[in-house]
Write a protein that binds this ligand. Structure first.
Ligand code: UT7
Length: 330
């Protein structure tokens, strides 16, 4: 049986740091409120003219190719999870492939909001498992600052820009993506969406004046669904595979709110030092959160570690992946 193993990870964030103190000058908020309610201290922002999500994805993929010794022409699939594509078309994945000299790949984008990386990882893994594709890159990247309303204090404090890229390769050993549980509930759309800019409400002066090209989020409603569903799906994948708390080395949770992360870890019965948390420095980078965590923790991971990835996001979408880490630090 062929499994899809993660054989490399690389992350990237832009240099500019937007601190809570700077946000205090932009909207009616305080560092204390943001830290207590979300756990976020700062986030990185991609500045500059004509700089889109592909900048983040390109930097992540170039770093990944270099550190794994992969030639661009060897890559045969690239998927980019994002809700902030450079343009509605072509796919940001195509732009990243072009920028990185990846000429032999089948590239496409995937939009599942904050669960996008999970969706893309599961999709990519199926192509590897089928034996048709040998080197698959899965990128999760978002320039959330492009759709954040910096006059809306309830959302602008949460989001940041950044992302990362995984390399998936086949293995016949018991490593890699072992199982996944993915969910969708379209009725959640009313609580979290971007009203205009798509085919239903194309851009007009009216949509711009009404600030409809920004994230619309009913924070409390989303919080309630997120805290329940992310914890449920993380516990469900453990139960399905007879994994006890002591079998799990790491939880990699989507970084939306520290309180959601803590609730998930509590339900799984694991301690906070087994949870990858970098929300304080990066905020919620949507498709970027999971690769940014794994990238930062890579040196602490050991071959055979059981890792649970879990996320919840717009759609609603949510899910979990159980993977067995495939390599020791070099
Ligand atoms: O990643 C994809 C999915 N997204 C999520 O998982 C996000 C889930 N939601 C959340 O994380 C939280 O709901 C938020 C962080 C967005 C908001 O936190 P909250 O504890 O749910 O606050 P709230 O919206 O219930 O607002 C409580 C109070 C309100 O004031 P009143 O009406 O009680 O007087 C808000 O106006 O806090 C006020 N408030 C703020 N005050 C200072 C909202 N934002 C701010 C702010 N600074 N930035």
């Amino acid at each position: 049986m062929i499994r899809a193993a993660i054989t490399g990870i690389h992350g990237w964030v832009p240099d500019y740091v937007l601190s809570n103190q700077e946000l205090e000058k932009m909207v009616d908020t305080t560092d204390e409120w943001i830290m207590t309610r979300t756990g976020i201290k700062e986030r990185h922002i991609l500045k500059g003219k004509d700089q889109g999500t592909s900048v983040i994805g390109t930097q992540a993929v170039l770093g990944l190719l270099e550190k794994t010794g992969t030639k661009p022409e060897e890559v045969d699939m690239l998927i980019c999870a994002t809700v902030t594509p450079d343009m509605l078309f072509p796919a940001t994945a195509n732009i990243i492939s072009h920028n990185c000299g990846i000429k032999n790949a089948f590239s496409f984008d995937m939009n599942a909001a904050c669960s996008g990386l999970l969706y893309a990882l599961v999709t990519g893994s199926k192509f590897v498992e089928s034996g048709t594709h040998k080197k698959v890159i899965v990128v999760g990247a978002d320039k959330m600052s492009s759709i954040v309303d910096y006059t809306d204090r309830a959302t602008c404090v949460i989001f940041g820009d950044g992302g990362g890229a995984f390399l998936l390769e086949p293995t016949t050993e018991e490593f890699g993506i072992m199982d996944s549980m993915m969910h969708t509930d379209g009725s959640g759309m009313i609580h979290l969406h971007q009203k205009a800019g798509g085919s239903m409400r194309p851009p007009t002066h009216e949509t711009i004046d009404a600030r409809e090209h920004y994230i619309y989020q009913e924070g409390q409603a989303v919080f309630k669904f997120a805290v329940t569903n992310m914890a449920d799906v993380a516990v469900a994948i453990m139960d399905k595979n007879n994994l006890k708390s002591e079998d799990v080395a790491w939880l990699v949770p989507h970084q939306a709110n520290m309180r959601i992360i803590e609730a998930t870890a509590r339900r799984m019965g694991i301690s906070k030092d087994q949870v990858m948390i970098n929300i304080e420095r990066f905020g919620n980078t949507t498709s970027g959160t999971l690769p940014l965590c794994v990238w930062e923790w890579e040196k602490q991971l050991r071959k055979g570690d059981n890792i649970i990835l879990a996320a919840f996001g717009g759609g609603f979408t949510w899910g979990s992946i159980w993977l067995k880490w495939a390599y020791d630090p070099s």
